[in-house]
Design a protein around this ligand. Sequence first.
Ligand SMILES: *Cc1c(COP(=O)(O)O)cnc(C)c1O
Length: 285
Amino acid sequence: MQVPSPLTELRDERLRARDVRLYLKRDDLISPDIPGNKWRKLKYNLIAAREQGHHTLLTFGGAYSNHIRATAAAGARYGFDTIGVVRGEEHLPLNDSLTRAVKHGMRLAYLDRTTYRRKTEPDVLAALADEFGDFYLLPEGGTNALALQGCQELPAEIAPDFDVLCCACGTGGTLAGLAAGLRPGQRALGFSALKGGEFLAGDVRRLQIDAFGAETGNWAIDVESHFGGYAKRTPALDEFVADFRQRHDVTLDWVYVAKMLHGVFDRVRTGVFPAGTAVVAVVTG
Ligand SMILES: *Cc1c(COP(=O)(O)O)cnc(C)c1O
């Protein structure tokens, strides 16, 4: 585990032209199997699971969930059995993400979409306990109060002064935790990877109240940078990823990170960040 993760400053004429400094917080380099925000979100959950005497982790996700794959790898590394409950039916052969999960010893179960929607209701959880025995439950996407605590630790790893901390949002758990770790005057800015991300603000507020007893009020969410929706891409996004690779030799995850960074550069270009602003963008995976 490479924690603290590296911080690198980008040299880019688009930034120089606007007198904006931009750093990448390379959480994608924390571990090849448990990258980025998934590691931070799991950390205190793994400690709690062990303290409570659990031997098995159970979690939920779509077939392409980074969180399912990360949970499988974390279980293998820290000595937990793992069960991944996947939305929808089984498709064989398994995709790359689920193949890697199974290689780490994860058992997979499938819930039809109707049941999946009710996955946190007592009868569904009881049926899973009948099938798999006792388990520590990690919610979908790994987002809960302990996950926020793990993300809250990130800002203290950043040595240079900065004004804005940017990250991509799926459930909003990462943004909620990061914002709680900022110093007075600093702000967090999330970029929704989903279309219709307006609901996220309410979720982030609720998550912060649940985890910290109060909302922090120092964050905002951009809901316009989704490129058509979750796991949707456009030629413009692909072009941005290719151009970024050529300029900076970093291959961006296009589901989350590229959309966030595209939004950041858009704000630079249109002068939304005043001259002199220092921005840190978290490469969450
Ligand atoms: C899961 C994931 C996110 C979303 O994190 P949330 O805490 O659910 O908002 C962002 N970036 C990457 C790379 C991810 O895998």
